[in-house]
Ligand binder design. Structure first.
Ligand code: ADP
Ligand code: MG
Length: 298
């Protein structure tokens, strides 16, 4: 392609909300034959909401959510925001609730949070966080988790003073058109893979709904990047699509990093292409544009 064609290509992209950071990014995109998708905020809307709560101890929902929110209000995680939002519903001061002070707040990346609230030790997160703290998961809690995951929702465990007290079900629906985008990519001979920090049960259910066959769950940020490198080593030209801080190493490692426009600044910074409208269809727009630009005869 001539420099003019590349300029036209990036210009057309920009006019459609696909920000391509330079000619190299536009060129690489036409060779892509494998795309690694993050789940939360990329394949899903990324606005999780609490849809169900189950308590296993004799506790009032309002008091339960007060402890939970007091801990989670210190976290930046989208799941934490969903939980605090939901907890407000149990309050009279719903608009601007004043939560009890949390002491010794710790955020454990990819697992959850812990804090001392009202002299009680609160631990909120996934199975492995509980295992790490030697907290037994009772059968009824495990059942609730399984049901939740089967419905492609995320189950969050809550421990109070070392005992599982409740499970929350959080739903984050698929983006509209997600399934269609994956099947169009298939017809374009592009393989799709999903990587997520979420648990295997939820990950498999989401993948099934969206039509992705290869899944990697319970991954750490470095593992997402390693997966990209592994695919490259086996001969694929890889694009990574993600929105989170935890996707940035993989966005950098990929031949083409594509960030969701509504994502974190760090992901946008790390990417070669930014999908300004946060639509998944624009993954195809970007590849199409690159194919058109680079298949022209010089
Ligand atoms: P993703 O890749 O889906 O964005 P993360 O790596 O951020 O996921 O988190 C993985 C898992 O850790 C979540 O699905 C959740 O179970 C747990 N987790 C992380 N942060 C929190 C939090 N603030 N509160 C509760 N659970 C959390
Ligand atoms: Mg994400």
């Amino acid at each position: 392609a001539t420099p003019t064609a590349v300029m036209v290509g990036t210009g057309v992209g920009a006019s459609q909300g696909v920000l391509i950071k330079g000619g190299q990014a536009l060129e690489s995109a036409h060779k892509v034959n494998c795309i690694v998708f993050d789940k939360t905020g990329t394949l899903t809307v990324g606005k999780p909401v609490v849809v169900n709560t189950k308590l296993f101890k004799n506790m009032v929902l309002r008091d339960f959510y007060e402890l939970v929110a007091a801990a989670e209000v210190n976290s930046e995680h989208p799941l934490a925001k969903a939980i605090v939002e939901y907890a407000k519903k149990f309050r009279e001061d719903e608009e601007n609730p004043i939560w009890p002070e949390a002491q010794d707040f710790v955020s454990i990346t990819g697992h959850g949070v812990k804090a001392i609230v009202c002299n009680r030790e609160i631990i909120i997160g996934n199975r492995s966080l509980m295992l790490d703290h030697n907290i037994a998961i009772p059968v009824d809690a495990e059942e609730m988790l399984a049901e939740t995951e089967e419905m492609a929702q995320t189950g969050i465990l809550i421990s109070v003073d070392g005992e599982i007290t409740g499970v929350l079900a959080i739903s984050d629906p698929l983006k509209p058109g997600a399934h269609e985008v994956i099947s169009i990519l298939k017809s374009m001979k592009v393989r799709s893979i999903m990587v997520t920090g979420d648990n295997w049960g939820t990950a498999n259910s989401v993948a099934r709904e969206v039509g992705i066959e290869t899944v990697m769950a319970e991954t750490k940020p470095e593992q997402k990047a390693e997966k990209v490198k592994e695919l490259q080593a086996s001969g694929y030209v890889v694009a990574m699509v993600g929105d989170g801080i935890n996707d940035s190493p993989a966005l950098v490692a990929a031949d083409v990093g594509m960030a969701i426009g509504a994502g974190t600044d760090i992901a946008i910074e790390a990417a070669d292409i930014v999908l300004m409208k946060s639509n998944l269809e624009d993954v195809i727009t970007a590849i199409d544009l690159s194919r058109k630009t680079f298949s022209r005869i010089r």
